[in-house]
Design a protein around this ligand. Structure first.
Ligand SMILES: [Zn+2]
Length: 464
């Protein structure tokens, strides 16, 4: 059956492509497996892998320098553990990073020259020598991501790509423009402009605000990262974490710093989309937007909070009052379901209030891919059940917040239009799926497959 193409209102296109290019080691059952898999990539100038887990290995030990030397002594290799906080590297990588047995340790981290294992802040000693991708490689990443998006029935996105690597924002714009001009890039992108204050000033001065670079590619709102994550206990809370007394998470900006960013954007007619997970961060974002509006008198805007996971019920009327939207990811429940109650205790029923928000404010769905998979049917299933696909035995997080199918589909299409600066859906952007979504069980929705995807009437993906 036919459906409109999905719009994902916050993800990282470049990040999706980069993630795909990294060797996936998560299925390795032994170090021998891992070595054999990595050997297949020795045609690359540098090998980067991710996802290994020693608990899964028959050897029950961490990957070491010697294992990686077996893969290659000439190509630098870095493999990241599943948690992202530990890496192992080979001798060639140590040489490239100029690390030897007498190198100084780094505060907040540790490395062991003999084993080639680095942890926490010491990762930066290696990360800094990984070259920023050249234009060709950036193109490769974008096109890899494009394939994944259209295969999943996504026809338009709002994407945050300026801060993935050290490349300048103008280089990223140029790369995408070339890909669109050549007709290679298919999915439509509204850029969520992720820039620090000095670069934002430059961006505004050069006339990039809301600029249409190509019919399929334009500059969108300013993206601001205002706190961390629930998993890392870095989302900023009004009250302590239930599983860590005296800990409330971290605000990225002071009130003044956040105001400077938001207000500079606001007075130049630029909306902001603010990554805010904790309820303290939500409070800070609302207050700062309200303060800016008082001066700018720009009441017709599309400011929004991205994530809003721990936004509390008493804060929703304030978002309504100041016309602040929410870009949410029901699919986060998939992973978070294991930790929500531990982290938040008595607040558990007053968070992930996406349906309450849907009833009051502008709300759209997104996946934040590559953090979660880009598949819209997983996201719709999670929104409709508040259950996890990864942990199917866990009970629904909150049955009162479940979306109907129509509400979920709207949140993935028309409700996202404001976030990509479009008045209506493009009727020539549509998909064909393998099931009649209106006449199957909710359980079956997560298994729906996209058969064909059309953008501007052009068939850009087909299963056969
Ligand atoms: Zn994100």
């Amino acid at each position: 059956m036919r459906l409109p193409g999905f719009i994902d209102s916050h993800l990282h296109v470049l990040g999706i492509g980069y993630f795909e290019s990294i060797v996936d080691l998560s299925q390795c059952q032994s170090i021998e497996d891992l070595i054999n898999l990595l050997k297949k990539y020795t045609n690359r100038p540098m090998i980067i892998g991710r996802g290994w887990n020693q608990d899964q290995f028959s050897e029950k030990r961490m990957v070491s320098k010697n294992d990686l030397n077996e893969v290659s002594k000439d190509i630098p290799i870095m493999v990241t553990r599943v948690c992202g906080h530990v890496i192992a590297v080979n001798d060639k990588m140590l040489e490239l990073a100029n690390i030897h047995d007498k190198s100084k340790q780094i505060l907040g981290g540790h490395f062991d020259y003999e084993s080639g294992i680095f942890s926490e802040k010491a990762l930066s000693l290696i990360h800094r020598v990984i070259p920023k991708p050249n234009k060709e490689l950036l193109k490769e990443y974008f096109l890899l991501a494009d394939k994944i998006l259209i295969k999943n029935g996504i026809t338009a996105v709002a994407s945050d790509d300026f801060c993935v690597f050290e490349n300048s924002y103008e280089e990223i714009i140029e790369v995408l423009k070339e890909l669109y001009d050549q007709g290679l890039m298919k999915v439509k992108i509204t850029e969520q402009v992720n820039l620090p204050l000095d670069k934002l000033k430059d961006f505004i001065a050069k006339g990039y605000v809301r600029k249409q670079i190509h019919p399929k590619f334009k500059m969108g709102p300013l993206k601001i990262l205002a706190d961390g994550s629930l998993g890392g206990r870095t989302a900023a809370l009004l009250e302590d974490y239930s599983d860590s007394p005296n800990e409330k998470g971290i605000l990225t900006y002071t009130d003044e710093e956040l105001f400077d960013l938001i207000h500079l954007a606001d007075i130049h007619g630029m909306d902001t989309t603010i990554h805010a997970i904790g309820d303290l961060t939500t409070k800070q974002a609302i207050q700062t937007i309200a303060k800016s509006m008082k001066i700018s008198h720009r009441y017709e805007h599309a400011h929004a909070i991205i994530h809003a996971q721990l936004t509390r019920s008493h804060q929703i009327p304030l978002m309504e009052k100041y016309n602040i939207g929410a870009i949410v990811q029901p699919i986060f429940i998939n992973t978070d379901i294991k930790i929500i109650e531990d982290r938040l205790g008595y607040r558990t029923n007053d968070v992930y209030l996406f349906k309450s928000m849907y009833n009051k404010i502008r709300l759209g769905f997104s996946t934040d891919a590559p953090i979660e998979p880009v598949n819209p049917f997983y996201n719709i299933y999670t929104a409709m059940t508040y259950k996890s696909i990864k942990y199917p035995n866990e009970k629904s997080l909150n049955e009162n917040q479940c979306f109907t199918l129509k509400e979920a589909l709207d949140s993935y299409t028309v409700n996202n239009l404001d976030f990509i600066y479009q008045d209506q859906l493009d009727s020539n952007d549509y998909i064909l799926i393998d099931k009649d979504i209106y006449h199957i069980s909710t359980e079956e929705i997560k298994d729906i497959k996209v058969l064909k995807t059309f953008i501007d009437g052009e068939e850009v993906f087909s299963t056969n």
